[in-house]
Design a protein around this ligand. Sequence first.
Ligand SMILES: Nc1nc2c(ncn2[C@@H]2O[C@H](COP(=O)(O)OP(=O)(O)O)[C@@H](O)[C@H]2O)c(=O)[nH]1
Ligand SMILES: [Mg+2]
Length: 303
Amino acid sequence: MTETDTPTRCGFVTIIGAPNAGKSTLTNALMGTKVTIVSPKVQTTRMRVRGILMRGATQIILIDTPGIFAPKRRLDRAMVAAAWDGQRDADITALIVDASKKDVPGQVEHILKKLPLEGKTCILILNKTDQMAKDKLLPLTKELNERYPFEATFMISALKGDGVDDIAEWIAKRLPEGVYMYPEDQLTDLSERLLAAEITREKLFHQMHEEIPYALTVETESWEEFDDGSVKVGQLIIIAREAHKPIVIGKGGSRLKNIGLQSRLELEKILGRRVHLNLLVRVRENWLDDPERFSIWGLDHNA
Ligand SMILES: Nc1nc2c(ncn2[C@@H]2O[C@H](COP(=O)(O)OP(=O)(O)O)[C@@H](O)[C@H]2O)c(=O)[nH]1
Ligand SMILES: [Mg+2]
């Protein structure tokens, strides 16, 4: 109970959907700050990230998941398993689809075939409404709701923030009564080190192409805080093949420098302090199968 005797509420909302539907963009838009990384490429998100959002007397624990897709590698399998798991414990499942794509009912059907809604409170979020004709939305909403028992449907642009607040409002009223699970000022369960590694990985995802972004990872190795409030961050970019090294580094180190710059600027914004960022590239051929890596991300190596 709070001082005014309003019962507090707290619960989990899992955001599921196909790769690229906008799950991470929505998570950040709801949070009003970046807790999870975004890129135009599929399978950017590797782990479950919890964003913690306060709304009046409700604590909303948002779980951004890797997308639901057909897994090939061990890492992919673990990512999809994490997405399922996140859903299992959710008080509310938020199914987000790219409504600007063709065959939205087909997309929804594909996911719901694998993820039955029985006994779940599920809301439907039609995203990317900024890039489609608005007159398609109502018939689409009607069609989907005739087929599935969604508790509510929202039409949003996660990118522009349109309609996002209504989702938070709706959720806040429906989570179960209960005590907060996290301190009220905590924004995420990611440590600053892990978030910093993710930010650099995001820049790599934006600047690298084909298989390279999927074959690399980033690790924060050192974190040194100084009296003037600044922090010195040392990170390793771990690649699976020697041949990727010159590509990541770029001509005369230009690409690595640019990635470091982009990452540092964003980290300074998020952390609210000056950052010195030092990036090193290292080859570790088997990192993709390294159990330790999976445990850092909270993934099951044997999924
Ligand atoms: N136009 C538009 N693009 C969006 C919107 N939401 C997400 N995107 C873009 O879609 C891509 C995938 O977004 P992301 O959040 O990483 O998708 P996720 O794989 O579901 O987590 C990124 O390039 C986003 O900028 C939206 O509302 N409108
Ligand atoms: Mg994502």
